[in-house]
Design a protein around this ligand. Structure first.
Ligand code: GLN
Length: 187
């Protein structure tokens, strides 16, 4: 198995380290041809406006969209979740729009830069998942094709639509590998 990690900006190395810990090979993706032969793609956290601009500059938008529509699993974390959303509240920034959900950026308030919580994620078992939120978005609403996998309070922070998975937090910054393993099952 070979997993691509979009490596234009943001926390891509940490995702690669987590994949390595799981014994899975990964490849940094910066060019369309690097999408060939991968079994899935991770879009890391970072800054979604910057990443969207770089996706355009590197001509990666359409190739990723096409591959995804042809069956490539995609896992977006934090800024990656924003890029997967169909709609971003108050923003016309470029996005892949692969998941039928509306997201809001920096939704926990600008003064709350980052925080950690234990989330109940039934699909991962009984043990709560430690989640690190950094200037995090959340999912405001979802379409009928989306499964909500976790909430923090009343806010949706983890969702799945078929082979697309998105979380508002940074699973690559803890040593709990369960969410990456859930994604790998799709790959
Ligand atoms: N606030 C960032 C954005 O809007 C996301 C933050 C993150 O990925 N940690 O893109």
């Amino acid at each position: 198995m070979l997993i691509g990690v979009l490596a234009l900006q943001g926390a891509f190395r940490e995702h690669q380290e987590m994949l390595a810990a799981l014994g899975v090979e990964s490849r940094q993706v910066r060019k369309p041809e690097q999408l060939e032969g991968i079994n899935g793609l991770i879009i890391p956290g970072g800054e979604s406006t910057t990443m969207g601009k770089l996706l355009q500059d590197y001509n990666l938008f359409e190739p990723i969209r096409q591959k995804a529509l042809q069956g490539m699993p995609v896992f977006g974390t934090c800024a990656g979740l924003i890029l997967l959303a169909r709609e971003i509240v108050g923003s016309a920034q470029p996005r892949l729009g692969l998941m039928d959900m509306v997201v809001e950026r920096n939704a926990f308030g600008r003064q709350v830069e980052s925080f950690e919580v234990d989330l109940d994620v039934p699909v991962l078992g009984e043990k709560p998942l430690r989640a690190v939120f950094i200037r995090a978005p959340y999912i405001v609403s979802v379409g009928p094709g989306i499964e909500v996998l976790a909430r923090y309070g009343d806010k949706i922070v983890l969702a799945r639509q078929g082979r697309f998975l998105a979380c508002a937090f940074h699973p690559e910054l803890t040593d709990d590998t369960r969410l990456h393993r859930l994604f790998l099952e799709q790959c």
